[in-house]
Design a protein around this ligand. Structure first.
Ligand code: MN3
Length: 202
C-alpha cells in the first residue's frame, strides 16, 4: 500500500488573509505531493516498509536500509511534517486544553512567553526547516530542525510545527518571515494541538 497525499479538512482559501489560497494550493498539491511520490519511489526497493506508518519508520530511521535512508529522511520527513502541519492549522479553533495550557505555563512562564520563544526559534532557523513544540522525555520543548528532518528521529514527539521553508510563505510575505510567523498564530488549531499533546502524554 503506497503512501497517499492526505486531503485537507478545509478549503485552500480558508486561512486567508493569514495564509493565502495560492500558497496553500501549491504547498499541498505540489510540494507535499512530491514528497509522497518520491517516498513511494524510494520504498519500491524495500516494499516491506510500505506496511509501516511513516512516523514509525522515522522513529526507527536507523533500521531503514542505508541506500534509501537519506531519501526517507527527506521525503518521508516531508510527508510526516506536512501531514501534521495541515492538521494543526484552522480558523477559530482556539480552545486549548487545561492540561496543555498548564504545562506551557509551567515550562515557559506564560502563554505569551511561549509564543515569543517559538517565534524567535522560527525566525532564526537559517535556511529551510521547521520549528516545533515537542514532547521529549515527558517534557515540552521548543526545537528546530533543518530541511525536512523529523523530530521523531530525535525521540521527540511533535505537538505543533511551523514550516519556515520559503515555499510556505514567499508568495505573500516574500523575505518577511517574521510577518508570516506572526500571522501563523491566528490560524493555529489549538484543539488539535491539545489532542496531539494528550496522545503524546499517554
Ligand atoms: Mn513545506
Amino acid at each position: 500500500m503506497n503512501f497517499i497525499l492526505p486531503k485537507l479538512s478545509y478549503e485552500f482559501n480558508e486561512l486567508e488573509p493569514y495564509i493565502d489560497a495560492q500558497t496553500m494550493e501549491i504547498h499541498h498539491d505540489k510540494h507535499h505531493a512530491t514528497y509522497v511520490k518520491k517516498l513511494n519511489e524510494a520504498l519500491e526497493k524495500h516494499p516491506d516498509l510500505f506496511k509501516k506508518q511513516i512516523n514509525e519508520i522515522l522513529k526507527n530511521i536507523k533500521s531503514v536500509p542505508e541506500e534509501i535512508r537519506q531519501t526517507v529522511i527527506n521525503h518521508g520527513g516531508g510527508h510526516s511534517n506536512h501531514t501534521l502541519f495541515w492538521e494543526i492549522l484552522a480558523k477559530n479553533k482556539t480552545k486549548i486544553s487545561k492540561e496543555l495550557s498548564d504545562d506551557i505555563n509551567k515550562k515557559f512562564g506564560s502563554f505569551e512567553d511561549f509564543k515569543k520563544k517559538f517565534s524567535e526559534v522560527s525566525a532564526s532557523r537559517f535556511g529551510s526547516g521547521w520549528s516545533w513544540l515537542v514532547l521529549h522525555n515527558e517534557e515540552l520543548e521548543i526545537v528546530s530542525t533543518p530541511n525536512q528532518d523529523s523530530p521523531l528521529m530525535n525521540n521527540q514527539i511533535p505537538i505543533l510545527g511551523l514550516d519556515v521553508w520559503e515555499h510556505a510563505y514567499y508568495l505573500k510575505y516574500q523575505n518577511k518571515r517574521p510577518e508570516y510567523i506572526e500571522a501563523f498564530w491566528n490560524v493555529v488549531n489549538w484543539e488539535k494541538v491539545s489532542e496531539n499533546f494528550k496522545t503524546a502524554k499517554h
